[in-house]
Each structure stands twice: as structure tokens, then as C-alpha cells.
Design a protein around this ligand. Structure first.
Ligand code: DPP
Ligand code: ZN
Length: 873
């Protein structure tokens, strides 16, 4: 497979202004007729051949302006169809046959259970019909869907239904019209025996919109939260960005077999059922919040993605980074904002930092790719969102909003680039953003080494910052970035933020400094007392910041920082320092001793009235093993696990009564609601429970058992079951596990959780459980959710996946090899943990590389080929 380069971009030779499709649905042989209204692109020379993308299509007929083409008048290539000597403007008719039931890749038209559905982003439409399948070709669509009236009573596509009727042979049809020009990746079709839940929304200009969520009958009781979230998101986008919805109906369909989380097809979103269905008995608080975020994300795409789309797939972050930023702000507005930020950042620093430091590191705007499906990454999405967030902070919200207005109105109905977006922000704010643009082209996580000094005699604080971005594949040398850092100087006497004056300018008590050079000194004057700096508040830039904080400094910030995020971060840094010592002790075989300063800091947290309980729950949570691993030069999975368990048990032993009290204080019999206050209470209670169970005395175990049996809601049940199953008293958990598995055998989303809980246990039988569960009737390799819940979750089980006998790696590679044939996109994602081999000791490196080599020996899909070649480069 050959890479595609951004620098080779050219506008399409021909564009399509209107597309008429007719689907005659059949699982084995669906017929797709397409009539394309084609015209030469004004910027391209006349006489170019017409080249259409098409894969796995059996061509049955082709005509131009009603004249059938003979076999010598067109050419079928590996990638599609080519016709020479076409007119300037013409009608192209084709008919193809496809087999949805054989489509296990879940791209294009496929079957999920008894229904037909589509996934076209990024390049799935070419598996439906011959087409210029690229985002800069935008057409209005008219789609007729024909299906069996009994088996497929519901026939949906984008836009509005304009005609329906009966056909001979028990068949029926519906015709849909989408008046908004759109690229093919936003096309969608759904047919099945579905039921709907309906609601209404009145837009700010008074238009009535019908909202529908379509599900299989048994899921009718699980749509309330998604519907409420949708309405909140619609209102939020009106109030925050002045954007309203533009069709008469907005449909969401829940699909069980889905590669991604969800898809923003115009007027007809398709959702992985895990990203839309919730019920207090089946979904955790985290799942409720995820659903809210994804529903909002897909809705926000209607403007940032659909009305204004990407010129080419190198610009993917144009729509994804901006839309993630939008959904993050929405979630922050509807929940505890600092907790949202803490969750985002701890995930980001664990997973995106790892990606940016590994062999598949790429810029937020890549300059080449082999398979675009491999670029739906944390870098494009989450780092892209961090860049937009920096932009917003740089220019200020008002200018950012003006820039967004400019962007939406200037480019409405167009396919544009990242520069177009950034230029709108520059114009609206008057800022020079040219250095800032480097964030889009340089891969790797910038690191800042900072140190500071307080001059008592003159009341001056000098802060020196030095930045460097490590080399990444294909990018050995990096330029200095423009990094905005929000900071405060916290006075050590008063515990308050001190007023800051920088170069005579008043920065207030919480301000932004701009690092643009490789090294820069910032001199703050009139600093009344010795400060501890609180740097990169609220994670103001996606960087690794090193400052030589003492443990006393960190304990001080943990108690006094006015920035909730940095208070939490100080606690994490403090715990990490203690963990470092313990990891070293474990490796050297010396006795582990708990740092009393950490115990005291936790005691302080537990005994002081918290202003935000949700933040407190985060503060009481130790950094994950994956995050600790990210901080180590070389990952020692066993030492990390042992050190973290030791800290947890030491805290539990020392502070048992406090945890016990916390647990009791936050128990509640109130009916479940996914509301911030309740969620915060449950988090606190469940964090406390995890400490109490960690020492495995009768009391803790019994509390967990009672919580499981009380069966109040899934958040509590899942936590209790997980703690029991993950304890070394796992035998106690077996009856609970069995009862749970039987009770929920009919519910695939709950069974996913049942799988994950078992295969993430630290005990050494985890791998055998995976093998055993792969034969469970509820498991299926063709369902991405199941693969993620069982195999993906096991690969996160650090001590067992990284077993020294290599069995964990072998199991993953076996599954990847099978999925390479069934579902290349999922295969290429699942293999990720093996690609991080450089981070481990030599023995494990060899074992991991051997499995990558074994995979390389297969006949690989382009997806897996690209990832494996990078991993072994
Ligand atoms: N465009 C889709 C999304 O991010 C891809 N899954 O919402
Ligand atoms: Zn998206």
C-alpha cells in the first residue's frame, strides 16, 4: 500500500451537484442504483478522465446521459472506475450489487442483527456505489429505500421523507430528500424492525423540530437520558454559539455492531448502542456521562463538520478537535467543571501522551497516511481539542466566538482547511497566530523544564521556562511553540494567590504568560512574600511540565491552590513522588515504607469540609497504573502494581475510620438520578469502599457484598462486584458473578461489563478467564463492543497482559490476526498495546516484537500494515 500526501492535494476533476440513489435491500444481494449529476470542476482543466472510487462492488450497468457504455468505454481498476472522454456536464447512471451480510468490516452497508445500516466515514461510501468519495465533493441527495414490508417496516435515510408506498411482493419504499449539500461520508441508511421514542424541540427562531430515537423494542426504556441530553445540547449550541438546527427532524438510531462511538450523518445519527442507551440498572454514572457527551458531540457536528466540512482527510481535526472542544465545554457546563477537566486530562496524559511518544505518533494535521481509518486517534481528537482550547484562551472567549461566527458564515456549505479556521480566529482577534500554527504540524508532547527563585530583598520572583519537543518518527528537529501558560503565585504565608506584575503589566492573581522562545525568563515584581508557583492551571497547554517541587510544596498546593485542577494535580504529583520511592524499593527488594506526608495530606482531605465533593473523590483516587507507567523511563509493570497496592493499603490502614465515615455519610436510598450531586456522592462512597476492600478484612468485604446485594443502581453494583472480583478473595465473588451473568444474559451492554470486570482482575488466572470467556455464547469476534470488552480490556490488565511467559501478547496477536480478515479497522486499533514495546524491559520487548513479526507474516489489510510497519520501523 502506498501513502497519500497532503502536498498532493488537488480539487476533484468533477463534482457531483445532486445524487439520486435507489436501494433494493437484500442481505445477500442488494442492488444500488445511482444517478449522479456531474459537472467539471471550474478550477480543473477540461478533458480529464472521470475517476470514481469503488470497492467490492459488482457493476451491473453503466450509462452516461442515458447511453449505456460498452465494455471498452470504461475501465474497472483496483480502486474504482475510470471513464475517459466525458462531457463537461452529464448524468451518470450506475447499478451495482453488494452483499451486506458478508460485510464484517462494518464499513459501507452492513447487517447488524436483523437490521441494515451504514457507516461511511471516512471511506465507506465507496463500498456502496461508485462515487468521488472525498469530502470536498458535496451534493444534495435523494434516496429511495426499498425493503421487505414485514421484516423492515422502518426505512430511514438523511433529510425528510417525501414519498412512501407499497410495492408488489410484500415490499415497500420510502424516498428521502436531503436539501443540504453533503459529502458522501455523511450519507446514512437504516432499515429494520425498529421502534421510536419521539419528542419535540423549538429552535430559537421558532422552528419546530421532531426528535426521534430509534431502537429495538427491548431498548425502549433506555432512551430518556439521550433524549434529554440532545435537547440540552441543542439549547446550549443556540445559547453559546448562536447555532440552530436546520432540518425538520433529527434522528438517532442505536446499532449493536458499530466500529466507533457514533456518527454524525446529516439528520440521521447512527450510534453504537453503548453510546446512547442507559438505564439506572444497566449503566453506570460514567456511562450516563459518556452518553451525554457523545450525543452532544454528534449534534454539534451539524455545524462543525456538516455545514462546514473538511477539504480532505488531513484536515480531520478541523471538525473533530473543534467538536470535542465544544462537547467538553458543554459537559463542563452541565456537570462539575473541574471534575470534567480532571477526567479529560488524566485520560489525555495517560493515553494521548503515550500515543505521541510511540511509533504511531503523528501531527494533529498529518502530512501523509496509508489508511485514514487509522487516524481517528487521540491526537486528532483530544490534542486537537486542546489546541482549540488554547486558541480560545489566547484570544479570549468574545473574540473566539466572533471568529467562530465568521468561520460558520464564511464557509457555510464548503469544505475547508485548518488554516481557514485559524485565520478566522486571527482576524477576529487581531492576534498573530503564525507561530501557533506549529501545534498542528509538529508531533510529540512538548516538555517544559521550569525553575523559579524568589529574591527576598527586592520582592522579585524569577521564573525560567525552557521548552523542547522530543523527536518523533519523521520529525527529528522541532521548533519552539507558542505555549500559553496560565499561572498563579501562591503566597506561602497567606496561602493566597498574590497579585502579579510582569514587565510593568498587571496580570491579576491568575494570568497567562506566553512562552515563545526555547528559553525565556519571566520576572515578576512587587511579590510580597515567597510564593509557590501554580503552573499551567487547568492544564492550559498539552505539555509535560517539570518543576522541582518539594513534597512540602505539593502538600501546600494541595491544600491552598485556588485552581481546583492544580490542587488535584499537586496531590497526584505528591503521590507519584512517593510511588517512585516505592517502585525503587520493590525493584531493589528492600522493605517498602509509606511516606507519612502523603498520609497526612490524605488525612487533611478527609477531615476538611470539601467545597466540591466530586473533586474530592478525584483527589482521593491514586494515579492509575497506566499513568504511573507513563512517568517512568522504563515501565516495570509488577513494581508499579505492587507500589500502588502498597500505597492504597497503607492509606486504608491509617485512615480506615475516615474512609468508613465517608462511606456511611454518602450512602443514599434516594431513587437514582444522573445528576451532579448524586454522582459526586456515589463517587466518594465508592472510592472509600475501594480503600476499605483493599485491606480485605471482613468488614470491607462485607460492605461490598451488601452493596452488591442491595442492587440499587449499576454504578454501585458494578463497583462492588469489581472490588470483590479483583480482591484475592475472588472465590467469594464467584456466586455474585454467576448471579449477575445469569440475570443479565439477555442484555449485551451489561454482559460487556461482566466480561471486562473478570478479565481486568490482577490475579494470575485472568488470561485463562479470557480464553474461557471467548467461548461464552454472549461473546462474538464480529461485534466490536465485545472485542473491546473482553480482549481490549484484558490488554489494559497490566500485570497479566505483560506476563513474562508472553502468553498475554500471544493471545492478543492471535485475535488481531483473525480480526485482520474480519474487521481491519478494529484489528489495527486492538494491536496498539503491542506497538508500545520500546517502553518495556528487554525480555518483554523481545516477546512483543516477536508477536508483531508474527502478525507481519500474514497477508495484511492496509490498516494493519500501516500500524505494524510503523511499530517495527
Ligand atoms: N465523526 C465521528 C465522530 O467522531 C467518527 N466516529 O463523531
Ligand atoms: Zn466527531
Amino acid at each position: 500500500p502506498q501513502p497519500i500526501y497532503l502536498s498532493d492535494y488537488r480539487p476533484p476533476a468533477y463534482r457531483v451537484t445532486h445524487t439520486e440513489l435507489t436501494f433494493d435491500l437484500d442481505p445477500a444481494a442488494t442492488r444500488v442504483k445511482a444517478r449522479l449529476h456531474v459537472e467539471r470542476h471550474p478550477d480543473r482543466e477540461p478533458g480529464a478522465p472521470l475517476e470514481l472510487d469503488g470497492e467490492q462492488l459488482a457493476l451491473k450497468a453503466i450509462a452516461i446521459d442515458g447511453q449505456a457504455l460498452g465494455e471498452d468505454e470504461y475501465a474497472l481498476t483496483e480502486r474504482g472506475l475510470r471513464v475517459d472522454g466525458v462531457p463537461e456536464r452529464f448524468l451518470l447512471d450506475t447499478e451495482v450489487e453488494i452483499a451486506p451480510e458478508d460485510n464484517t468490516a462494518l464499513e459501507g452497508l452492513y447487517r447488524s442483527g436483523g437490521m441494515f445500516c451504514t457507516q461511511c466515514e471516512a471511506e465507506g461510501f465507496r463500498r456502496i456505489t461508485f462515487y468521488p468519495d472525498r469530502p470536498d465533493v458535496m451534493a444534495t441527495f435523494s434516496t429511495t429505500v426499498i425493503g421487505d414490508a414485514a421484516g423492515l417496516p422502518v426505512l430511514l435515510s438523511n433529510g425528510n421523507p417525501v414519498e412512501r408506498g407499497e410495492l408488489p411482493g410484500g415490499r415497500h419504499f420510502v424516498t428521502w430528500e436531503d436539501p443540504h449539500p453533503k459529502p458522501s461520508y455523511l450519507f446514512a441508511l437504516v432499515a429494520g424492525d425498529l421502534k421510536k421514542v419521539e419528542d419535540r424541540f423549538t429552535t430559537m427562531s421558532g422552528r419546530e423540530v421532531t426528535l426521534q430515537i430509534w431502537v429495538e423494542e427491548e431498548n425502549l426504556g433506555k432512551t430518556d437520558h439521550a433524549m434529554a441530553s440532545l435537547k440540552r445540547a441543542m439549547r446550549w449550541d443556540e445559547e453559546t454559539y448562536g447555532r440552530e438546527y436546520d432540518l425538520d427532524r433529527y434522528m438517532i438510531v442505536a446499532v449493536n455492531d458499530f466500529n466507533m462511538g457514533a456518527m454524525e450523518n446529516k439528520g440521521l445519527n447512527l450510534f453504537n448502542s453503548a453510546a446512547v442507551l442507559t438505564h439506572p440498572q444497566t449503566a453506570t454514572d460514567a456511562a450516563f456521562q459518556r452518553v451525554e457527551g457523545i450525543v452532544a458531540h454528534e449534534y454539534f457536528h451539524n455545524w462543525s463538520g456538516n455545514r462546514v466540512t473538511c477539504r480532505d482527510w488531513f484536515q480531520l481535526s478541523l471538525k473533530e478537535g473543534f467538536t470535542v472542544f465544544r462537547d467538553q465545554c458543554f459537559s463542563a457546563d452541565t456537570n462539575s467543571a473541574p471534575v470534567k477537566r480532571i477526567e479529560e486530562v488524566s485520560f489525555f496524559r495517560t493515553a494521548q501522551f503515550a500515543e505521541d511518544a510511540g511509533p504511531t505518533a503523528h501531527p494533529v494535521r498529518p502530512d501523509h497516511y496509508i489508511e485514514i481509518g487509522n487516524f481517528y486517534t487521540l491526537t486528532i481528537y483530544e490534542k486537537g481539542a486542546e489546541i482549540v482550547r488554547m486558541l480560545c484562551n489566547l484570544v479570549g472567549w468574545e473574540a473566539f466566538r466572533r471568529g467562530a461566527d465568521r468561520y460558520f458564515s464564511r464557509f457555510d456549505g464548503q469544505a475547508v482547511t485548518i488554516e481557514d479556521f485559524v485565520n478566522c480566529m486571527a482576524e477576529a482577534s487581531g492576534h498573530d497566530l503564525s507561530q501557533f500554527l506549529l501545534w498542528y504540524s509538529q508531533a510529540g508532547t512538548p516538555e517544559i523544564d521550569a525553575h523559579g527563585e524568589y529574591d527576598y530583598a527586592n520582592g522579585v520572583y524569577r521564573l525560567v521556562l525552557r521548552q523542547r519537543t522530543p523527536a518523533t518518527p519523521g520529525q527529528p528537529d522541532k521548533l519552539p511553540l507558542h505555549i500559553p501558560l496560565r499561572l498563579g503565585l501562591v503566597g506561602t504565608k497567606t496561602g493566597r494567590d498574590l497579585p502579579m506584575t510582569l514587565d510593568g503589566e498587571d496580570l491579576g492573581t491568575d494570568g497567562v504568560i506566553h512562552l515563545r522562545e526555547e528559553e525565556q525568563e519571566f520576572v515578576f515584581t512587587d511579590v510580597a512574600e515567597a510564593p509557590v508557583p501554580s503552573l499551567a492551571r487547568n492544564f492550559s497547554a498539552p505539555v509535560k511540565l517539570h518543576f522541582p517541587y518539594s513534597r512540602e510544596d505539593l502538600a501546600f498546593l494541595l491544600a491552598h491552590d485556588s485552581d481546583g485542577f492544580n490542587r488535584w494535580d499537586a496531590g497526584q504529583r505528591l503521590a507519584l513522588l512517593a510511588l517512585d520511592d516505592l517502585i525503587a524499593a520493590h525493584r531493589n527488594g528492600v522493605e517498602k515504607v509509606m511516606d507519612p506526608r502523603v498520609v497526612e495530606a490524605f488525612r487533611h482531605l478527609l477531615t476538611t469540609e470539601a467545597d466540591d465533593k466530586a473533586v474530592l473523590a478525584e483527589m482521593l483516587t491514586l494515579p492509575s497504573e497506566a499513568y504511573i507507567a507513563e512517568q517512568q523511563p522504563l515501565v516495570d509493570v509488577d513494581a508499579i502494581h505492587a507500589a500502588r497496592e502498597f500505597v492504597k493499603q497503607s492509606l486504608a490502614t491509617a485512615l480506615r475510620d475516615d474512609f468508613r465515615r465517608l462511606y456511611e455519610e454518602h450512602r443514599s436510598e434516594a431513587p437514582y438520578a444522573p445528576e451532579p450531586e448524586q454522582i459526586a456522592a456515589r463517587s466518594l462512597k465508592n472510592v472509600a469502599l475501594s480503600y476499605l476492600v483493599s485491606i480485605e478484612d471482613e468488614e470491607g468485604i462485607e460492605l461490598a457484598q451488601r452493596q452488591f446485594e442491595a442492587d440499587h443502581n449499576m454504578t454501585d453494583v458494578r463497583q462492588a462486584l469489581t472490588l470483590l472480583v479483583h480482591s484475592s478473595r475472588g472465590d467469594l465473588a464467584d456466586p455474585a458473578l454467576r448471579a449477575f451473568g445469569e440475570k443479565w444474559a439477555h442484555d449485551p451492554l451489561v454482559m460487556d461489563q461482566w466480561f471486562s470486570i473478570q478479565v481486568t482482575r490482577p490475579q494470575s488466572d485472568a488470561l485463562d478467564r479470557v480464553k474461557f470467556l471467548m467461548d461464552h455464547p454472549a461473546f462474538s469476534l464480529t461485534n466490536p463492543n465485545k472485542v473491546r470488552a473482553l480482549i481490549g480490556a484484558f490488554a489494559q490488565n497490566r500485570v497479566n497482559f505483560h506476563r513474562l511467559d508472553g502468553e498475554g501478547y500471544r493471545l492478543l496477536a492471535d485475535v488481531v490476526i483473525e480480526l485482520n480478515r474480519l474487521n481491519p479497522e478494529i484489528a489495527a486499533r486492538l494491536v496498539t498495546p503491542l506497538t508500545r514495546w520500546q517502553r518495556f524491559d528487554e525480555t518483554r520487548q523481545e516477546l512483543m516484537k516477536a508477536e508483531l513479526e508474527r502478525i507481519r507474516g500474514e497477508e495484511l489489510s492496509p490498516n494493519l500494515y500501516e500500524v505494524i510497519e510503523k511499530a517495527l520501523a
